[in-house]
Design a protein around this ligand. Structure first.
Ligand code: MN3
Length: 205
């Protein structure tokens, strides 16, 4: 089974004005599509063919840069589309909200630390909110298309929220103003989906 590009769960212009339609169109249709195609090219006809993406990421230190970059790119963007929504924004509810308060003090403090992780990631990469093996939340960031599911990650865990801080995610609309992109991005975060992923990560522990 080859890897496939998932459909965007909303229209290209659905996240405007926070994320512009042209950026979404290129980001999904060109960047993400290229990760999928290059990942398929890297695994087809090898012993890796047929393995799940999560299996590949868990042992990525032994695999080629092509699998690492494109496998990470495919996993990261698949998450990214799903944790955004035209009906997003606001704040998490229920057990995720309580856990954020417990681990970070309060939601505003969490947002501050997460935004800081994205703003200070030098060059291209991602900021993450993850669940660790004890059901606690932590914030981390990774370079390039790495993620916390990879055995090379500084801090490993199950990502439930990810923010793409590559320039291709914001440059057309925000140019060099990454902090402005990050503060607008909170308006489209799909907390319902992040909460669902939190509960699923806790169940798997
Ligand atoms: Mn991207």
């Amino acid at each position: 089974m080859a890897f496939t590009l998932p459909d965007l769960p909303y229209a290209f212009n659905a996240l405007e004005p926070n994320v512009d339609a042209r950026t979404m169109e290129i980001h999904h249709g060109k960047h993400h599509a290229a990760y999928v195609n290059n990942l398929n090219g890297a695994v087809q006809g090898t012993e890796l063919e047929g393995k799940s993406l999560e299996e590949l990421l868990a042992g990525i230190s032994k695999l080629s840069p092509a699998v690492r970059n494109n496998g990470g790119g495919h996993w990261n963007h698949t998450l990214f589309w799903e944790i955004m929504s035209p009906n997003g924004g606001g704040a998490p509810a229920g057990d995720l909200a309580s856990k954020i308060d417990k681990n970070f003090g309060n939601f505003e403090e969490f947002k501050k630390q997460f935004a800081q992780a994205g703003a200070t990631r030098f060059g291209s990469g991602w900021a993450w909110l993850c669940v660790d093996g004890s059901d606690n939340l932590f914030i981390t960031s990774t370079p390039n298309q790495d993620n916390p599911l990879m055995d090379v990650a500084e801090k490993q865990g199950q990502p439930i929220l990810g923010l793409d801080v590559w320039e291709h995610a914001y440059y057309l609309h925000y140019q060099n103003r990454r902090p402005d992109y990050i503060s607008a991005w909170w308006n489209v975060v799909n907390w319902e989906e992040v909460g669902r992923r939190y509960r699923s990560a806790v169940r798997s522990n």
